[in-house]
Design a binder for this molecule. Structure first.
Ligand code: ATP
Ligand code: MG
Length: 511
């Protein structure tokens, strides 16, 4: 039979003909000779390929080749069918007008007595739509995957039922310190990565209830190190898959904390300097008040003495003149002492006091200092008893210590009635020196004790005893230079003990 000729189906039995009719109705059917030349093309074939029957008959399938499949693909196809086997597969074809269509194809070889194919029957069904939707799906999945893996922020997909991560991008792997995506997918357990695992339970409740979550969490890396992150979770409609975006905000939080700490620090500095400023202003106005008050008495003494001296000079009363000269000298000395105190304090505050560390015998030094206040003590008919225990030699600044002791001894004498005894005890134990000065004087009222070291502060029971309220402030500053401390206990009407302690060896480089 000439291959260009149409097949004559008239010879078929009724049954076989019915089969053919059914098949033609259902599918795209073609019959070729053993070389693949089309001998029969049914209506469906013509419809899909947009070729007429006449155009198809006598052609091979090249006519509808879309060029999509490789040469090898068709080689395999031919190898199968020419060996008498059935070939099944999906083929992308091109219609006459250039449109593309996909067919699911089955090719049956008709075999002769020798088992060699002499005809092929191709039955195809149109799967274009399915193919197109699969392709569209593939494209959208590729797009989604590209967004997922190219994203600069860490993204995780989790199976809600198992709490297993099913997908993660590289920033996600890095965020938790895993070696690879595979490592994370295999080993990631969400509860290991919360600083407080019950936070995760709380989050899950919110996610399941609202379908999403946004908050800030303190999280843990694989190596245990901590970081802060901003969490965004969204659940799919079926509540089976969650998508999570995490943003590491540790540096922002640290920056914020640093800023807050700085603001707090600055606020404190500011309030401290305001306080200092206020104190200084108070001190200044106190000084002005004190000066006008304290200076008034000696100055009026001086003035009255001078005017009296004028009278005495006219009358030649030398003795009285000498008496008033002494009074003037005393007043001037007192004024001088006040000014000295004030300037000493100024110098101490500004750190302008220099002194040397020297080695000396503490009991000898204290005895010598006591003799310096002897005159004052005698006026008050008082006596000083001194005792020492421990080693004698110390390395300290004797110049500063002398100022401290003179101030404390002058207070002990000044604030004690006539005839009262003053005791000094000193001891050197190991590397610590302790000195206490005890009196049986007027004492310090309890309500005044807290403010005692404040400059110009004078206790309520001392107002009619001369003083400026600077001595103890000076002492406290001096003791700090010796790297020591001062404390006291006192009972009004009973007496007071001031105790000093400072290191036995003051190293010169410490100041
Ligand atoms: P000055 O500056 O001349 O020393 P002051 O003696 O008044 O004046 P501080 O030595 O600083 O000043 O003492 C402050 C206040 O502490 C005194 O005014 C007094 O009220 C109280 N005070 C200090 N020492 C004693 C003491 N041994 N007994 C009772 N009160 C004391
Ligand atoms: Mg004093």
């Amino acid at each position: 039979m000439n291959s260009q000729e149409k097949i004559d189906f008239k010879a078929l039995t009724k049954d076989v003909f019915d089969y053919k009719t059914a098949m033609d109705a259902a599918d795209i059917v073609a019959i070729t000779d053993e070389k693949g030349i089309i001998q029969y093309a049914n209506d469906n074939f013509c419809k899909i390929s947009k070729y007429s029957e006449e155009e198809l008959i006598g052609q091979n399938h090249h006519i509808i080749n879309s060029g999509f499949h490789s040469k090898d693909f068709f080689k395999q196809l031919w190898k199968t069918i020419s060996n008498g086997k059935i070939w099944k597969g999906e083929i992308k074809n091109k219609a006459k007008d250039g449109t593309i269509y996909w067919v699911d194809t089955t090719i049956f070889p008709f075999l002769n007595e020798k088992g060699k194919p002499y005809k092929y029957l191709a039955i195809r069904s149109d799967i274009t739509e399915r193919k197109q939707s699969i392709e569209a799906l593939k494209k959208s999945e590729e797009r989604y995957r590209a967004i997922f893996s190219n994203a600069l922020v860490p993204i995780f997909t989790m199976d809600v039922a198992t709490s297993k991560i099913t997908e993660v991008n590289t920033p996600g792997v890095k965020l938790f310190g895993y070696e690879s995506k595979e490592d994370l997918i295999k080993n990631f357990d969400p509860k290991d990565h919360y600083l407080h695992p019950n936070e995760r339970e709380k989050n899950m409740i919110i996610i399941m209830e609202h379908g999403e979550l946004r908050n800030i969490q303190h999280m843990k890396r694989k190596d245990g190190s901590l970081f802060w992150c901003s969490v965004f979770v969204k659940l799919n409609e079926e509540k089976t898959i969650s998508q999570t975006i995490l943003l590491d905000i540790t540096s922002q939080i640290a920056f914020q904390e640093e800023l807050e700490a700085k603001v707090a620090e600055r606020t404190l500095e500011l309030s401290e300097s305001l306080k200092r400023e206020k104190e200084l202003n108070e001190a200044k106005s106190n000084f002005v008040g004190m000066a006008s008050h304290e200076f008034r008495t000696p100055l009026s003494t001086i003035l009255s003495s001078i005017s009296l001296m004028k009278n005495y000079a006219e009358k030649g009363q030398q003795e009285l003149i000498t008496k008033h000269i002494d009074r003037i000298t005393g007043s001037v000395n007192h004024l001088n002492a006040i000014l000295n105190d004030f300037f000493t304090l100024e110098k101490l505050r500004k750190g302008f006091v220099d002194f040397e560390v020297n080695q000396f015998s503490l009991p000898d030094f204290i005895s010598e200092t006591i003799s310096e206040v002897d005159a004052l003590v005698k006026i008050n008919e008082q006596s000083i008893h001194y005792s020492h225990t421990g080693e004698s030699y110390i390395n300290q600044s004797s110049k500063i210590l002398k100022n401290v002791l003179l101030n404390l001894l002058s207070n002990a004498s000044k604030y004690s009635e006539h005839g009262k005894e003053i005791q000094i005890e000193s001891q050197v134990i190991d590397t610590l020196v302790t000195i206490s000065i005890l009196d049986h004087g007027i004492g310090i009222p309890f309500k005044d004790q807290k403010k005692l070291f404040t400059e110009f502060y004078r206790a309520s029971n001392a107002k009619n005893i001369q003083g400026t309220g600077l001595g103890l402030t000076i002492v406290k500053n001096y003791i700090a230079l010796l790297e020591g401390s001062i404390s006291f206990t006192s009972k009004e009407g009973k007496g007071t003990v001031f105790t000093l302690s400072f290191p036995r060896y003051l190293s010169e480089d410490s100041w």
